[in-house]
Design a protein around this ligand. Structure first.
Ligand code: ADP
Ligand code: MG
Length: 557
């Protein structure tokens, strides 16, 4: 059946050459029960692997049924293994998540049997190896001897003429080991069985032949029983059916309940985490939006749509007319930077962030208490009745305070004044409020807001550039138009000739830079928190010069 002629197995490892076995010539016949013994490293496993087609050989020739195999490709060896060889390993090599029956059945399904055809065969094999009572147990629940019986059952199910077992009893006590050899012997009278063992005593009763190996060579080959050669019966083999491939795929996904449950739990946990994250982030964005908390936009009302042109060019009056015609447009705000300037109102004992500034004429409600503002430093505060801001109106009405308006990002300009009256507007959210002021004050706050949302830099004409960090632009009506006052404290480093040359004032917004040539007047002012002073109306002209951004308030987005 199998004949080896001067076969050698040589290992080449990183330039070093080792020998698995060398110059072995022998023959194995169907019907034999061959025991191979020998100390560790003598080449037993290597020989079995070559015979099994698991490993190649480098020298000599191995004949199978008289056919040479030295020219065999990997595919040829695969085919050979499928038809001729069933392996049994010391480590059992079972599918642990399967029952005894499933492990045996699997071999038949892989060999192309249909599921409905295999039941009787599987039952018979399981009875033969003495596992009938345990047929529905997971193999992990079995003892080592029982597992090796399952391995033998699988080998038998494969119906090959050759069974090769490399130390199949290495993990078993001597009693179980003997039973396994008996079983192998009884089950394979018409097969070739080759077993490697380190304990000849256990197998001697069954072996028909004993081979001793030493240092890669057969040093003794003893026939202990005469055998009649049997003609090999090759195993049935077809490609696996599609139905079985599909069934096995499904089964292998779900067959361990615990594995399936853990995957499910992890999957659900991951989903919950992701959904939770997305949900809480969306909620945060929504809350931020409705509360007006945003790094860039203080008024982040969900009704607000900020509009600019793709090319950042100017928005014309006819553009605005077009937008007005759209449905659901409540209000259009040019100079909408007004909505995004930080304003804080404070007295000695109270302070609050103001969410919006508006002109007193736009107040349509009724005073709750106090009186309407009449002068530029009188204000009206409007809240939701259930405001989160705990206000004791007696403490703030007619009490001197300050409107602090963000200026150049990091500094605040101050308008002194006092709240004259208050009102409720329950259409505001509980954390919103509006401060109503006169038109003049509104204009001034707007100018500060504009300055705050732009970058103002002064370029002295001799090239000296002074860019302050925390200083701010002061708006002052007493300064002549097209003139900037620069406090002496701000022009260290620029001498008289430098200053007399005049300055270029660059006002740079997100959309564009405007450069203006201004007359310069150095003032004796020693306040070095002030960068420049400029006339409010000069700034106001800039504000109304052209429009690059709009805020549209829609009643339905
Ligand atoms: P045994 O099964 O009798 O214990 P093996 O067949 O496993 O012995 O090993 C025989 C010889 O081949 C040993 O010298 C071993 O070191 C060598 N050998 C086995 N496998 C390899 C390998 N993959 N690479 C290199 N040398 C190997
Ligand atoms: Mg070995």
């Amino acid at each position: 059946m199998i004949r080896l002629k001067d076969v050698s197995k040589i290992y080449y490892n990183n330039g070093a050459v080792g020998t698995g076995f060398s110059n072995i010539s022998t023959e194995f016949k169907i019907g034999e029960f061959v025991a191979i013994v020998g100390e560790s490293g003598s080449g037993k496993s290597t020989l079995l692997n070559v015979i099994s087609g698991l490993d190649t050989y480098e020298e000599g020739e191995m004949y199978i049924d008289g056919k040479e195999t030295s020219h065999y490709t990997e595919r040829d060896f695969e085919e050979y293994r499928r038809k001729y060889i069933a392996n049994i390993f010391q480590a059992f090599n079972l599918v642990n998540s399967y029952t005894v029956r499933e492990n045996v059945e699997l071999v038949l399904l892989i060999n192309g049997y249909k599921k409905q055809d295999v039941k009787a065969r599987v039952d018979k094999i399981i009875r033969d190896v003495g596992l009938w009572e345990l047929r529905n147990k997971k193999v992990t629940k079995l003892s080592g001897g029982q597992k090796q019986r399952v391995a033998i059952a699988r080998a038998l199910a494969k119906e090959t003429p050759i069974i090769i077992a490399d130390e199949p009893t290495g993990n078993l006590d001597s009693r179980s080991a003997k039973q396994i050899f008996k079983l192998l012997h009884d089950m394979s009278k018409d097969k070739l069985v080759i077993v490697v063992t380190h304990n000849l005593e256990q197998v001697s009763e069954y072996a028909t032949r004993v081979i001793k190996m030493h240092d890669g060579k057969i040093i003794e080959d003893k026939k202990v029983k005469e055998v009649e050669e049997v003609k090999p019966e090759l195993s049935f083999h077809k490609p696996m059916t599609f139905g079985n491939i599909y069934r096995l795929a499904l089964k292998n996904t779900f067959n361990i309940f615990i594995r399936f449950a853990i995957i499910l739990v992890v999957f659900i946990a991951v989903c919950i985490t992701i959904l939770g994250e997305v949900g809480s982030r969306n909620k945060q964005l929504y809350d931020d939006a409705t509360r007006g908390a945003s790094d860039i936009f203080i008024d982040a009302s969900p009704k607000r749509i900020i509009i600019n042109k793709d090319d950042k060019s100017e928005i014309t009056l006819s553009d605005i007319e077009e937008i007005k015609k759209l449905s659901h447009v409540d209000d259009i705000l040019t100079n909408d930077f007004m909505r995004d300037v930080g304003v804080i109102y404070s007295t000695a004992i109270y302070d609050t962030n103001i969410s919006a500034i508006d002109i007193i004429d736009n107040f349509k409600g009724e005073l709750e208490d106090g009186e309407m503002p009449k002068s530029d430093n009188e204000f009206l505060l409007v809240n939701n009745e259930n405001s989160v801001d705990t206000i004791f109106y007696d403490d703030i009405i007619n009490v001197n305070g300050k409107l602090n308006i963000e200026n150049c990002g990091s500094a605040y300009s101050t308008l002194e004044g006092r709240i004259k009256g208050y009102a409720y507007d329950n259409s505001l959210s509980v954390d919103q409020n509006i401060m109503y002021v006169t038109e003049n004050t509104y204009k001034r706050i707007q100018a500060y807001a504009f300055i705050s949302n732009t970058e103002v830099s002064v370029k002295y004409l001799n090239g000296y550039i002074y860019e302050p960090e925390t200083r701010f632009v002061e708006l002052d009506n007493t300064i002549p138009r097209n003139t900037v006052y620069i406090p002496k404290a701000s022009v260290k480093g620029c001498d008289e000739t430098c200053l007399n040359a005049g300055v270029d004032l660059a006002i740079k917004s997100f959309y564009k830079t405007d450069n203006f040539k201004y007359d310069v007047k150095i003032t004796e002012d020693r306040d070095d928190t002030i960068y420049i002073k400029i006339n409010l109306d000069d700034v106001y002209d800039l504000i109304n010069k052209d429009v690059y951004q709009l805020s549209v308030y829609a009643d339905d987005l």
